[in-house]
Write a protein that binds this ligand. Structure first.
Ligand code: SAH
Length: 399
C-alpha cells in the first residue's frame, strides 16, 4: 500500500471566500501552486495565500480540482472518518423513517455533497448496497469506504456492488471495474411503497433505478384513477407501475431503449400479472409524440435524460425541453395533467420554468401549475452547495 503523503495546495489571494462559506469545491483556477506531486485521488490540504489551513479533500485533474471532505485540520481521512460520515447519513434516513422497512427498502443512503461526501453515491436495494464513485478520490478510497459501509449497515445488507465504469472521468486512467466488493447478491427485487421492482445494478443505468422519483411517482398515483396515461422515457417503468396501482384506465410506456422496455414489462408483470391495461413501446420520443393521436392521453409524464450534461450545452438543452413539452401541450386532452421533469444540473429551476412557459405559450393553451416538484429527502441539498438541487418537476393542468 502506498504511504500517505501530505500535499498542500495554496490558493491565490482572496480565493478562499467560497470555502469560508463551506462550499465543497476548489476550482483549478483558484489554486496558485501545489506542494509535492499528488496523484489523482490523493488527499490535499488547502491553504490560503496567508498560509492558513482552510480545508482538505480529494484532488483530481479538471476544473473542480479539489472536493472538500473536511474543514478541520485535525480530522484524518481514514476508515473511521468514512464510518462517521456514513453513520451520519444512515442516522438521518432512520430519523426520517426512510428505508429499513420491508415495504420500502429502496433508498439513497449517500447523496454526494448533500451528505458531505462529494463524489460518492450509495443506493440501497433491499439487502444490497450499490456504491458509485464520481471522483477519482472516492475510487481510490473505495475499499476503506466499503469496509466502513459494512460496519455501519451491519446485517441489514449482505452485498456491496461497486459500479463506477461510466461515472469516473475517463482521463483519470483509473480503469475502474464494476463488481462486488462484498457478497454476491443477485436477488434483485427491491420494494418501494409496497411495489416491487427488478433492479438491474449489473447492467442498468445509474445504480440501476431512479430512486429520486419516488415521491413524484407516489403523487402520480393519486391522480391516475380513470386516466389514459403516457409514461414517456419510462426506463424501468416506475411511473407506470404506480399509475396501474392508482387505477389508470390505460397505461402506455415509451422508451427508445429495448432493454428499458423489457425491464418495464417485467416490473408490470411482477406487480400486475396478466393485466391488459399496460402496453410498452420501444420508440423514439419525438417520433411517438408526432404520430400519437390528438387528445388521446389525459395524463402525460415526460422524464427525459439530462439534456445538458454541462453548462455549455444549456441553450440546446432548453430548446430540447421547449420542443418536447410543446408536443405534449399540443396534444394532451383538455383537462389533462402534464408531469414534466428535468434532471440536468446545469438547468436551474427558473430556466426550466421559462422553457415550459414558452412551450405552453406557443400552443396558446390555458395552463396552470399545480405542483412544483423536486428530489426527495434522501437526496438532500447541502445548503452551502446549491448546485446539488438538480431534479425539477412541474405538474400542470392543461385546459
Ligand atoms: N422516468 C424514468 C427515468 C428516465 S431515464 C424513471 O422514473 O425511472 C431516461 C430514459 O430516456 C432512459 O431510459 C433512456 O433510454 C430514454 N431515452 C433517451 N433518449 C430517448 C429518446 N429520444 N426517446 C425515447 N426515450 C429516450
Amino acid at each position: 500500500m502506498k504511504t500517505k503523503h501530505m500535499y498542500k495546495a495554496y490558493l491565490k489571494p482572496g480565493k478562499e471566500e467560497s470555502l469560508k462559506r463551506f462550499h465543497p469545491w476548489v476550482f483549478s483556477g483558484a489554486i496558485a501552486r501545489i506542494e509535492g506531486q499528488p496523484e489523482e485521488g490523493d488527499i490535499v490540504e488547502v491553504y490560503t495565500a496567508q498560509n492558513e489551513f482552510i480545508a482538505k479533500g480529494h484532488c483530481q485533474i479538471g476544473s473542480i480540482a479539489i472536493r472538500v471532505l473536511s474543514f478541520r485540520q485535525d480530522e484524518k481521512i481514514d476508515r473511521d472518518f468514512w464510518r462517521r460520515k456514513l453513520q451520519a447519513a444512515y442516522d438521518m434516513r432512520r430519523n426520517l423513517h426512510i428505508g429499513g422497512n420491508p415495504a420500502n427498502d429502496t433508498y439513497r443512503l449517500v447523496h454526494g455533497e448533500g451528505d458531505n461526501l462529494p463524489g460518492l453515491v450509495v443506493d440501497i436495494y433491499g439487502r444490497t448496497a450499490v456504491m458509485q464513485a464520481h471522483s477519482p478520490g472516492m475510487h481510490v478510497d473505495r475499499m476503506e469506504i466499503a469496509d466502513a459501509l459494512a460496519d455501519v449497515m451491519g446485517d441489514t445488507i449482505d452485498s456491496i456492488y461497486y459500479k463506477s465504469e461510466s461515472t469516473l472521468p475517463y482521463k483519470a486512467d483509473l480503469y475502474p471495474e464494476n463488481g462486488f466488493l462484498k457478497g454476491s447478491n443477485t436477488d434483485n427485487v427491491a420494494t418501494e411503497y409496497g411495489l416491487k421492482f427488478h433492479i438491474d445494478w449489473l447492467k442498468g443505468q445509474k445504480t440501476g433505478f431512479f430512486v429520486d422519483q419516488r415521491e413524484n411517482r407516489a403523487l402520480l398515483e393519486r391522480y391516475a384513477h380513470g386516466r389514459t396515461i403516457l409514461n414517456m422515457f419510462c426506463y424501468t417503468g416506475g411511473f407506470s407501475v404506480y399509475a396501474m396501482r392508482g387505477g389508470a384506465r390505460l397505461v402506455h410506456s415509451v422508451d427508445s431503449s429495448a432493454k428499458a422496455i423489457d425491464l418495464t414489462n417485467k416490473n408490470i408483470a411482477l406487480n400486475f400479472p396478466d393485466d391488459t391495461r399496460h402496453t410498452a413501446y420501444a420508440e423514439d420520443a419525438f417520433k411517438y409524440l408526432d404520430r400519437m393521436e390528438n387528445g388521446f392521453y389525459d395524463l402525460i409524464v415526460l422524464d427525459p435524460p439530462a439534456f445538458a450534461k454541462h453548462r455549455d450545452a444549456l441553450r440546446n438543452a432548453l430548446q430540447g425541453y421547449r420542443k418536447l413539452n410543446a408536443k405534449a401541450f399540443e396534444k394532451i386532452k383538455p383537462g389533462g395533467l402534464l408531469f414534466t421533469f428535468s434532471c440536468s444540473q446545469a438547468v436551474d429551476k427558473d430556466h426550466f420554468r421559462t422553457a415550459i412557459f414558452t412551450a405552453a405559450a406557443t400552443t396558446g393553451r390555458n395552463v396552470r401549475i399545480l405542483h412544483q416538484l423536486t428530489q426527495p429527502a434522501d437526496h438532500p441539498v447541502n445548503i452551502y452547495h446549491p448546485e446539488g438541487e438538480y431534479l425539477k418537476g412541474l405538474v400542470l393542468y392543461v385546459e
